[in-house]
Write a protein that binds this ligand. Structure first.
Ligand SMILES: [Zn+2]
Length: 420
């Protein structure tokens, strides 16, 4: 659930590269050819690419309107200054705007300014939609921040995907005033795996979340994530240092790695915990474009026998699981059509593409809906401009189990309005 308080920097993407690319391509955005590079640049700063896309949509309808189009600025955020140093200042009748050498450089600057330790957002810890937008698009510059916030919220709600597929991730940052949240900037290079070494029943992710929120004990420890057999918590933004590696205040473990704590409570299911750990590690590697060689044991930094159980058995298997997840192609996303605001997913999409696509069937007018068909059976159907698709799992003799009724465009649109 996306709200105005959703955290959008220092965390994992809420959209896959494939879907990001698809939305820009289907909108005929001039940035579409650079979508993959743009996504990677934003994700590598731990800024949610879905948030960047929502800004791009609201600022210029993906580069198809306003100053972005008229002055060819290649600036998804319509920025008036550059934080990365890339781009040149244009002086227009609406004041200064940056023109970037490429769309991906425009996206990189959009993301970097949000986590630049010397700039307003990071310095004031503005990390949610409602905290960022009034600074991004201030009233004083003729904007309407409240409606901008709602537009971003709606866009993200509509297109969001899980941050860690198959695992519930709760973002719950340690309070800024805590001694175990030093707020030192972090550019992560490694992913350090720990075990909590606390076998006590109930010593799960939630219990360690409470431990970290209450100061992290006398040693004031902290970690970015803690995972158990049913949930993971993110306790620190990915652009902030945590104290976890035991290699001193300037050691590379503390200063250049992300910490993941693995619960070993005896009332937890260890295999499920490992499965969740693998999913989390894969999602983090994917966001930074890393291979599994970036995943290391706490032992590497201080010689401590941690993660104890995994060092005894299962480490190589864990790494292989992460590798398998990383090798999987991005999920088959629904194809979205901004023209009608509808998508085609799964089997309907395969059928639509295989038997003629847009020229034959037209755009989708609805999503998948349940409807009573001519034979009185209730089926999943989807309306297109020139056809209605019916799913017939009971009739394998039909081509790919879909049944297509061709209807006139006007008639369908009229019938559906009557039905509502
Ligand atoms: Zn450890």
């Amino acid at each position: 659930m996306i709200t105005r308080d959703t955290i959008v920097t220092g965390t994992l993407p809420r959209i896959s590269l494939g879907r990001f690319d698809e939305i820009l391509a289907l909108a005929n955005s001039p940035a579409a050819p650079e979508a993959a590079l743009a996504y990677r640049m934003v994700a590598a700063y731990a800024v949610d690419p879905l948030f960047a896309l929502a800004l791009f949509h609201h600022e210029s309808n993906f580069g198809r309107a306003g100053i972005c189009k008229s002055s060819d600025t290649r600036s998804p955020g319509n920025t008036r200054s550059t934080r990365t140093g890339s781009g040149e200042i244009l002086h227009t009748e609406r004041g200064p705007f940056v023109r970037y050498p490429s769309w991906s450089e425009g996206f990189r600057d959009l993301a970097y300014r949000l986590i630049d330790p010397t700039f307003v957002y990071r310095q004031n810890q503005r990390r949610t939609i409602a905290q960022i937008i009034p600074t991004w698009a201030p009233l004083s510059d003729g904007n309407a921040p409240q409606s901008y916030i709602r537009a971003v919220e709606d866009f993200m709600q509509r297109f969001q995907q899980p941050q860690v597929p198959g695992l519930d991730l709760i973002i719950d940052f340690i309070p800024l005033t805590n001694p175990n949240r030093p707020q030192i900037p972090l550019s992560p290079q490694w992913l350090t795996v720990h075990e909590t070494a606390n076998p006590r029943p109930g010593a799960d992710a939630q219990a360690h979340r409470t431990f970290a929120h209450s100061g992290g004990g006398p040693e004031q420890v902290s970690f970015h994530f803690v995972v158990d057999d049913h949930v993971a918590y993110q306790l620190l933004p990915l652009d902030e240092v945590s104290w976890h590696a035991g290699d001193g205040p300037n050691g590379p473990g503390n200063r250049a790695s992300i910490a993941v704590e693995t619960c070993v409570n005896t009332d937890g299911d260890w295999q499920r915990t490992l499965d969740n750990l693998a999913r989390l590690l894969a999602a983090i590697c994917r966001m930074y474009g890393w291979g599994t060689s970036r995943i290391v044991q706490h032992h590497k930094w201080s010689g401590k026998n941690c993660p104890t159980r995994l060092r005894q058995a299962g480490w190589d298997e864990l790494i292989n699981r992460v590798r398998t997840l990383l090798d999987q192609p991005a999920e088959a996303s629904a194809r979205f059509f901004p023209e009608t605001g509808q998508s085609i997913a799964g089997g309907f999409r395969a059928f639509w593409e295989r038997f003629g696509g847009l020229p034959i069937f037209g755009y989708p007018l609805t999503g998948e809906i349940s409807e009573t068909c001519e034979d009185a059976a209730t089926r999943t159907v989807q309306y297109f401009e020139r056809a209605v698709f019916e799913w017939h799992p009971d009739k394998p003799e039909l081509a790919d189990r879909f049944h297509v009724l061709l209807r006139r465009l006007g008639a369908i649109a009229w019938e559906r309005r009557q039905a509502q």
